[in-house]
Write a protein that binds this ligand. Sequence first.
Ligand code: FRU
Length: 446
Amino acid sequence: MKWKVKKFIQPVLAAIVGASVILSHADVSVLNAQGSSAATNWTREAAAQIKPDASNIAPKFDKNELQAISKDFIIWDTWPLQEMNGHPAIVNGHKIIFALSVPKGSIPGKRHDSAQIRYFHSNDGKSWVLGGLVFEEGKSFGSRQWAGSFVIDKRGRVHMFYTATGRKGEAQLSYGQKIATVDADVVTTNRSVSFTNWSEHKIILEADGTYYQTEEQAAQGDQSYAFRDPYYFLDPKSGEGYLLFSANSSGKLEQRACLMEHAGSADAMRTTPPEAKFYNGSIGIAKATSGSLTEFKLLPPLLEANCVNEELERPNVMVKGNQYYLFLKTHGNKFAQGLNAPEGLYGFVSDSLTAEYQPLNGSGLVIANPDDNPYQSYSWMVMSNGTVISYVDYVDVDGKNIHEVGEQSPEYQIEHFGGMLAPSLKLSITRDQTSLLGDKQQGVFK
Ligand code: FRU
């Protein structure tokens, strides 16, 4: 996507990889000592089983039959205000959602460069009214803000966790990402919702280079970079608060290699191409160390996709029965060579929050876009009742891949990009199996 540290075309990439050094076992134990080994690996063996079928393919929709959420803005990643336990909150009769946004008419492919978080509210949970920008002008970190997670506590205080991308006021756009927080009170009337009594914005998490790759480490040859998309989770079993986030496994490219633990079987190891080592997406986690939720300590990642996928986005986790369900989204072109997978929502299940996740449905695939509209929606978010929201991405692209879509004229992109909520979906989840039950009305969270 647009925050690439460096752009490589495939032949250059192959040449570099060809010259790379395979690590000895001694080097590998150094890597493990850095902490990455605690994570579950999403193995190539599991990912090789990804197969769109009737249980996971979302129904195709027609953008022309859908309604824009705003006449002035296009939106993408969207999340509801949640109670501490994850349920969508209702504040004096109002539901409140937040979305990354840019003014209508902006080039969709460039939207990440100027994203701002806006909020919408609703009394019926179906039709949304634009509230405005969430943050006070000039107060938030970053030259733009990316996805986040907002929760309301028992006292009515809203804790907002968001991605600060680039540096405030920068002349030249940069792509560093940090996780920031701020809190505020929410004030409502019959017809309006607003935020007041703001705290100071604070950076609470940065990549440490041990568990999580720093931007500097990524700049030594990697293609994409993530330290973003916080998701607040109050563990009902322990009562502890956590932030999950999207990241990359630590270290420089030259220190990495694809090992048996990444492949998952001797067969998968034999067919792992050398250039798969470029792929080091991970899901990180940090634990709250203060009741005010303004201090967090980094823990080892929950999940790593080394040699499988380079960009696992917007994680969220929920408890159902006695098990933890971890969901994330990724693009088809973020999978390593030799793996064939759709744009989709992927999921994992475990008895414990921090270890031993198993891919749902064997492969991890939970929701795929239909083959004949492969980019119709993205950034799915699973609510605790099984309703899944997402936004309308690029539709009816006539066989173009996402790279080719990005090369089209601004007019083409504007016409084919949705920038609105997609029809919601209903997911059934039973132990380690999921199945799509059908679609629901656009923008419904329940
Ligand atoms: C997903 C995403 C997020 C990021 C945002 C940037 O659509 O890539 O990971 O926070 O979009 O616009």
